[in-house]
Design a protein around this ligand. Structure first.
Ligand code: NAP
Length: 289
């Protein structure tokens, strides 16, 4: 088993972004501004937001954090978003998910200006992604794409793992990970199979994958019986167990296989944050243009 270090690849990306922002600041005196919104007190979300803010500040992105009470109304969340849409200092708006249950995620995300939608979840950006014919078009048009799927493609590119023509099985069809990733993979000329909780013969389907992406959220969900030798396995899952943080792949079961795999922690997670920085810079440039 060979590990794909998202930690190292994401660190290189962050240095690149920091240098670009430094140059922009020297030339224009301006830096991108990112607003983060957390509604409620979800402990995992608080941790994610903290690391996102820290990464922004290290890269030279100015961050503005807004904490709303758990019981604040959907209207209050949307009003804050509308104010941020009109705030010239803010280039990107990140609404940390999940939201407390009484709020409609689609309504709240839909209120974010597509130009400032650094999580790439607004219907305009999702539509632009699905209409893109190929990867170059996504890059050239500076489309804001969901950070985790974007990070996965970046990880594959930087690890020299060929996507074109390969059979990629994605387990999970969420709006955050599975669906946008399947669009990115199609644009990268992969043959894509998206599996979910109703999929029959999951093991046989996964065994055909050259690249297997697991975004389920269940510890030890995938073991060696689902993976063919020579495959690349991208473990998106983040599960908190009494033994600590783990992904969806049973590491002990696969470690003697001839495969490449992303660890948890240190795989997809750091890439997601680097792509948030990338998207914030992209949003800054798009707005200036
Ligand atoms: P989600 O919305 O809960 O989606 C989970 C997906 O798994 C669903 O599509 C579900 O199918 C599918 N699934 C559940 N049980 C299954 C089964 N037995 N067989 C096949 N498919 C099954 O979760 P998400 O937001 O996509 O996140 C997935 C995992 O990735 C979570 O652990 C999350 O914490 C992690 N994550 C990590 C990052 C990162 O940066 N590393 C970012 C985002 C998410 P149905 O659609 O049929 O229900």
């Amino acid at each position: 088993m060979e590990l794909i270090s998202g930690k190292i690849i994401s660190e290189i990306k962050r240095i690149e972004i920091k240098e670009k922002i430094f140059k922009i600041k020297q030339m224009t005196g301006k830096v991108p501004g990112l607003a983060t919104i957390l509604v409620g007190k979800n402990v995992a979300s608080q941790m994610y937001i903290k690391s996102k803010i820290r990464a922004c500040e290290t890269a030279g992105i100015e961050s503005f954090h807004y904490n709303l009470d758990e019981d604040s109304s959907e209207k209050e969340v949307i009003n804050l978003i509308k104010n941020l849409n009109n705030d010239a200092k803010i280039d990107g708006i990140l609404l940390q998910l999940p939201l407390p249950e009484n709020k409609n995620v689609r309504e709240c995300i839909g209120a974010i200006s597509p130009l400032k939608d650094v999580d790439g979840l607004h219907p305009f950006n999702v539509g632009s992604l699905s209409l893109s014919k190929n990867w170059s078009e996504i890059i050239e048009k500076n489309i804001l794409v969901s950070c985790t799927p974007l990070g996965i493609i970046h990880l594959l590119h930087k690890s020299n793992i060929k996507i074109e023509g390969k059979t990629v099985v994605v387990i999970g069809r969420s709006n955050l990970v599975g669906k946008p990733l399947s669009m990115l993979l199609l644009a990268s000329d992969a043959t894509v199979v998206v599996a979910h909780s109703r999929t029959e013969n999951l093991r046989e389907i996964c065994k055909r994958a050259d690249i297997l992406v697991v975004a389920v959220g269940k510890p030890n969900f995938i073991n060696k019986d689902f993976i063919k030798n020579g495959a690349t396995v991208i473990d998106v899952g983040i599960n908190r167990t009494i033994e600590g943080l783990c992904g969806d792949v049973d590491f002990d079961s696969v470690k003697s296989m001839d495969i490449k795999v992303t660890p948890v922690p240190g795989g997809v997670g750091p890439m997601t944050i680097s792509m948030l920085l990338e998207n914030s810079l992209k949003a800054f440039k798009n707005r200036k243009n």
